[in-house]
Design a protein around this ligand. Structure first.
Ligand code: PLP
Length: 369
């Protein structure tokens, strides 16, 4: 890319006016003028970086302010910042769970959850994707352990599907388990006020732990966090290795995220605009004859099946000025190749319509329609 992240790109190969449909920039805040200004102000006032981890001399007032703001946004007691959500996921399971405990994880959870679980010594159960019967069976089996933690992505990034959190929380209550969700593809835009999957499904008071990223909808710079009960956050500050042994978030990055949260707490107009555009894309593509996986989520996987078809169609879309990426095995299961389209609040209706038109042309040319 030779331009800022946004709906319209200039590419290194000379392509200009390319419409971007493959960023996690769901709310279009990555290049929002107020977000950029907040980063510049934080950079000037607080410097380029801390040259320190948080607990030595790497905590500035803005780090504490952002943690407080994140907790308020999610209506939780406290929050802790990490350099990334990958780090937040790598740091939580080992700090929280002992060999006497159990963790129950959806088989399609993000790689960072899988790695985080690998690092802990708890007993590991993997349940079939969003399969509540299987989760219940595993919870029964796990009754023999001291503590049970169910871990799931709130929204799954390859399929745009949303975890059945109401049912998960009911099972967790029945079998005395805690619920952890990764909200990277939900924070800022799912639910009436963009709080995430737990708000969307009415279980904000039942999900105990949330991990999420500052690197997608919330300004897109970098950073991750855990938010939840204060004793848990206190424990992570004492024990979580990626927090203890990695440099503090740079001030400019903190400035971006903080401003993004301000914008979202002032109004949910941006999230609503994204939802309307998602609806436009999904309904027009379905009417054109495509199968779009998931429901109401800005991740709109155009299901094609064949890996080569996904790859040549994505290439042809770029020739028509639409930037999308094809995914095939091993990133997704064999025979389930797709082109993943991601909608942003800053796409215009015309951008969406151009994307649908290009898909229709390319789909006809390659026999996908
Ligand atoms: N969890 C999920 C579900 C993600 O999609 C990602 C990013 O791809 C991460 C965690 C890692 O987030 P970060 O980029 O902040 O490390």
């Amino acid at each position: 890319l030779r331009s800022r992240q946004g709906p319209h790109l200039r590419l290194a190969g000379g392509g200009a006016g390319i419409i971007n449909f493959c960023a996690n920039n769901y709310l279009g805040l990555s290049s929002h003028p107020e977000v950029i200004r907040a980063a510049v102000e934080a950079l000037e006032k607080f410097g380029a970086g801390l040259s320190s981890v948080r607990f030595i001399c790497g905590t500035q007032s803005i780090h504490k302010d952002l943690e407080e703001k994140i907790a308020r946004f999610h209506q939780r007691e406290d929050a802790i910042l990490y350099a990334s959500c990958f780090d937040a996921n790598a740091g939580i399971f080992e700090a929280l769970l002992t060999p006497e405990d159990a963790v129950l994880s959806d088989e399609l959870n993000h790689a960072s959850i899988i790695d985080g679980i690998r690092l802990c010594k708890a007993n590991k159960y993997r349940y079939k994707h969003m399969d509540m019967q299987d989760l219940e069976a595993k919870l029964k089996e796990a009754q023999k352990h001291r503590l049970r933690l169910v871990a799931t992505d709130g929204a799954f990034s390859m399929d745009g599907d949303i975890a059945p959190l109401r049912e998960i929380c009911q099972l967790a209550q029945k079998y005395d388990a805690l619920v952890f969700i990764d909200e990277c593809h939900a924070t800022g835009f799912l639910g009436p006020n963009g709080r995430g999957t737990d708000e969307l499904l009415g279980v904000m008071d039942k999900v105990t732990i949330i991990n999420s990223t500052l690197g997608k909808a919330l300004g897109g710079a970098a950073g991750g966090y855990t938010t939840g009960p204060k004793p848990l956050i206190d424990l992570l500050r004492q024990r979580s290795r990626p927090y203890l042994f990695s440099n503090s978030l740079p001030p400019a990055v903190v400035g971006c995220a903080s401003k993004a949260l301000d914008l979202l707490m002032e109004s949910n107009a941006i999230a609503q605009s994204m939802a309307a555009k998602t609806q436009r894309f999904r309904s027009k593509m379905t009417a054109a004859g495509f199968t779009i996986s998931g429901k109401d989520h800005p991740i709109c996987p155009v299901m094609l099946g064949d890996a080569r078809l996904a790859s040549v169609m994505a290439e042809d879309m770029l020739n028509r000025g639409i930037y999308v990426i094809g995914f095939s095995y091993p990133v997704v299961p064999k025979g389930k190749a797709r082109i993943r389209v991601q909608i942003s609040a800053v796409h215009s209706d015309e951008d969406i319509d151009r994307c649908v038109e290009a898909f229709t042309e390319v789909g006809r040319k390659h026999g996908a329609l």
